[in-house]
Design a protein around this ligand. Sequence first.
Ligand SMILES: Nc1nc(=O)n([C@H]2C[C@H](O)[C@@H](COP(=O)(O)O)O2)cc1CO
Ligand SMILES: [Zn+2]
Length: 159
Amino acid sequence: MKKPDYLKWDEYFMGIALLSTERSKDPSTSVGACIVSQDNKILSVGYNGMPIGCSDDDFPWNREGSPYDTKYFYVCHAEMNAILNYTGTAMHDAKIYTTLFPCNECTKALIQKGIKEIIYMCDKYSETDSVRASKRMLDASGVTYRLYEPINKDITLSL
Ligand SMILES: Nc1nc(=O)n([C@H]2C[C@H](O)[C@@H](COP(=O)(O)O)O2)cc1CO
Ligand SMILES: [Zn+2]
């Protein structure tokens, strides 16, 4: 008989998104994303971080202050990095697992790339205009989104 407690697809892909958050240097919110084809092949992963060449040590991680001195002008979102990290050409009808609901800017890009489903773990900015706009676009374009339902399984990675 096969092992009963193996990871289901959702757990596997959200697990990879979650592991990717560990690469983020953002002191307040670490985000991870994993793009998966319809037939469950991993296409790409990403996490929020500064653009190539923009040192994590020199660029600001502040949330407040003049926009020029906050992270918001510089940081690449996990979802955008996952899109940009993909080097293939077949993202159509894919799905994205993300630890945080996508903002309006990433949502535009996800729609344009042909992503058809978003599975998210957290929607802590649901009241913001950005996320409201994301849902407006997703609803209009027929892209579905659903909250990931966690299982009661702790995975410990000892490296
Ligand atoms: N969907 C998202 N993906 C992301 O990668 N981010 C990133 C941008 C920032 O680095 C961080 C949010 O910082 P804070 O405002 O919670 O301190 O997460 C943010 C969102 C929210 O829409
Ligand atoms: Zn975004």
